[in-house]
Design a protein around this ligand. Structure first.
Ligand SMILES: [Zn+2]
Length: 189
C-alpha cells in the first residue's frame, strides 16, 4: 500500500506511510469507500467528445450548458486547469483540454495532444475567440505558438492569458522573465 501511494504525484514515502497507517486505523467503511471510488474512476469516466475534458456524462456539464458563451474556447493543458479558471467567475465560455503540452525532449509532439479535436471544433464557424491558456513555461509557450500557426488561417481572434506577477508578489524577488513579461503585458490605467 505504501509503495502504491508513493507512486502518486506529490506523495513522498513519509506521506505514503502516514496515509497507509491512517487507513489501517480507520473504520472498515472508510477504506471500503476509497476502494470503491478508485475502482469506479476508470469505469465511469470518459473524455467529453467536444472539449476532451474528463467527464462522467457526454457531453460534459460545461459543453452542455446553454447559459455559457459557445463562441469562445479557452485552451488548457490539463483538466485540472479548468477549476482555477472557473473559480475566477470571469470566464463563461467553453474549454478545450489538450492533455499535455508539446515537449520534444519527452517525446510529446502535437499528435500526442488533442489538437486535431480542437481544430475540428474551430472549423464549424461558430467560434469567434480562442484563448490560449497553456502554462507560461517553455512547453506551454511552444504549444501556444504551434496552435497560433494552425488557428491564424481560420481568421479566429486569438488571445493569450496576460503574463505578469502573481498577486501578492514582491517586485524585488520577481525573476527576470516574469518581470519582463509583466512589463510587456502592461495595460492602460
Ligand atoms: Zn465538454
Amino acid at each position: 500500500m505504501i509503495e502504491e501511494f508513493s507512486k502518486l504525484p506529490g506523495i513522498g514515502p513519509k506521506s505514503a506511510q502516514r496515509l497507509a497507517y491512517h487507513l489501517l486505523q480507520a473504520p472498515a467503511e472508510k477504506a471500503d469507500n476509497l476502494a470503491k471510488a478508485i475502482m469506479g474512476l476508470k469505469q465511469s469516466l470518459n473524455f467529453c467528445s467536444f472539449c476532451c475534458n474528463i467527464t462522467d456524462t457526454v457531453p460534459c456539464v460545461i459543453c452542455r450548458d446553454n447559459e455559457r458563451d459557445h463562441s469562445k474556447i479557452c485552451v488548457v493543458e490539463e483538466p485540472a486547469d479548468i477549476l482555477p479558471l472557473e473559480r475566477t467567475k470571469k470566464y463563461h465560455g467553453l474549454y478545450h483540454v489538450l492533455h499535455g503540452a508539446i515537449a520534444p525532449s519527452d517525446g510529446i509532439g502535437p499528435e500526442e495532444l488533442k489538437i486535431k479535436e480542437l481544430i475540428l471544433r474551430l472549423n464549424d464557424g461558430s467560434i469567434t475567440e480562442v484563448i490560449l491558456a497553456t502554462n507560461p513555461n517553455t512547453e506551454g509557450e511552444a504549444t501556444a505558438l504551434y496552435l497560433q500557426t494552425l488557428i491564424d488561417p481560420l481568421h479566429i481572434h486569438i488571445t493569450r492569458l496576460a503574463r505578469g506577477l502573481p498577486y501578492g508578489a514582491d517586485l524585488e524577488y520577481a525573476d527576470d522573465i516574469t518581470l519582463s513579461r509583466a512589463l510587456e503585458g502592461r495595460q492602460d490605467m
